[in-house]
Ligand binder design. Structure first.
Ligand code: KG4
Ligand code: ZN
Length: 349
């Protein structure tokens, strides 16, 4: 019997709701509808996410978005079998909104709920594309707070091969953009400006590029960008595109080379890129070129599903249920996990 899964994402600055139908056997679950409200406009005035404003906005948006996906899919709320929500990691107050609404809906409908790991949502988001990957694969997970290379054997079978020891790649984009006065969210803004710049104009460090392991470090790069910006002084405005392009090139080169090293180490011939930075055009172009040469297949989530959304949460829930790895529950105790390492949900091999 197929199951209808409602997914709610509210971990940061996007409210996302989606409906996924999961069949029996190994068929990839199908996305029926998803709706998203981005809080970017609201937080822009503050140069970053204001947690309290984020929570309040999630409260305002989550039910209208739920109605929207029901309308769009033609499904009825009472036919939902499982209500899934992002349990963590993320902003505590923001997570509580999604968890609270999911548990209230579950209790009212007498249906079970299931808490999903946000990063597992990102990791499995390429399964929402028309060309889903097959297990096993190497995953490059590059979100705002995480940069990890993983060996993925199947749903719930994640081995971390390397990760950042300080800032995430998304953070490097965001912080560099901020100190160049590019506002929030920094990644897309810096990337847009970089298109008009010369990527070899400034010599910036490629941290840990030759470390021999698969770890990352981006804090030093941000400091180098700051030093360069200070050195430029009044000239910064005229050279901003060059600095943006040089920064992007440094981040992307490290991500691509380490990903290739992970492929070499594992012997795998398939890679999946997930998380917000996966939307970066330069990263996609460089990785595609490197992987074509190495005869490796690359899978991305669709561009609009790279950043946070409800579809990936409903999908991750559906895939976990299908794999028999998690049972939804009816205790409706919505304990969120603002800090929650992905290893914590990894099954023993
Ligand atoms: O996965 P995500 O939406 O949220 C988290 O779970 O953190 O990732 C957000 C991150 C931010 O750092 C944002 O600047 C970055 O992804 N990002 C980009 C691009 N689009 C989003 N970075 C570089 N280029 C982009 N096009
Ligand atoms: Zn995310």
């Amino acid at each position: 019997m197929s199951q209808l899964i409602l997914g709610i994402e509210s971990s940061c600055d996007e409210t996302g709701v989606a409906l996924v139908r999961a069949g029996e056997g190994g068929a990839v679950p199908v996305l029926l509808a998803h709706a998203l409200h981005s809080q970017i406009d609201m937080h822009q005035a503050y140069g970053g996410v204001v947690p309290e404003l984020a929570s309040r906005d999630h409260i305002r948006r989550v039910l209208p978005l739920t109605r929207e996906v029901l309308r769009e899919s033609g499904e009825r709320l009472e036919d939902v079998d499982v209500v899934a929500f992002t349990r963590g990691p993320g902003l505590a107050g923001a997570l509580l909104v999604g968890a609270g609404v999911a548990c209230a809906l579950g209790a009212a409908l007498d249906k079970p709920v299931l808490g999903v790991h946000h990063l597992e949502g990102h990791l499995l988001s390429p399964f929402l594309s028309s060309d889903p990957p097959e297990f096993p694969f190497v995953a490059l997970l590059v979100s705002g707070g995480h940069t990890q290379l993983m060996r993925v054997e199947g749903v719930g079978r994640y081995e971390i091969l390397g990760e950042t020891i300080d800032d995430a790649a998304g953070e490097a984009f965001d912080k560099s953009a901020k100190l160049m006065g590019l506002g929030y969210p920094g990644g897309p803004a810096l990337s847009r400006l970089a298109e008009q710049g010369n990527a070899t104009a400034f010599k910036l460090p490629r941290p840990l590029l030759h470390s021999g392991d698969l770890d990352f470090s981006f804090a030093g790069l941000k400091t180098a960008v700051l030093t360069q910006a200070k050195k430029l002084g009044d000239e910064l405005t005229a050279r901003k595109a060059d600095l943006a392009a040089s920064t992007e090139a440094a981040i992307v080169e490290v991500l691509v080379k380490k990903t290739l090293a992970a492929l070499q180490k594992t012997g795998l011939k398939r890679v999946v890129v997930a998380g917000g930075v996966g939307a970066n055009r330069h990263l996609r172009a460089q990785l595609n070129a490197a992987c074509a040469q190495a005869k490796v297949r690359v899978h991305y989530p669709e561009l609009h599903l790279c950043t946070d959304n409800g579809a990936m949460i409903a999908m991750a829930a559906a895939m976990r249920l299908q794999a028999g790895q998690q049972q939804p529950n009816r205790d409706y105790a919505f304990d969120v996990k603002p800090r929650w390492p992905l290893d914590a949900i990894t099954l023993a091999a």
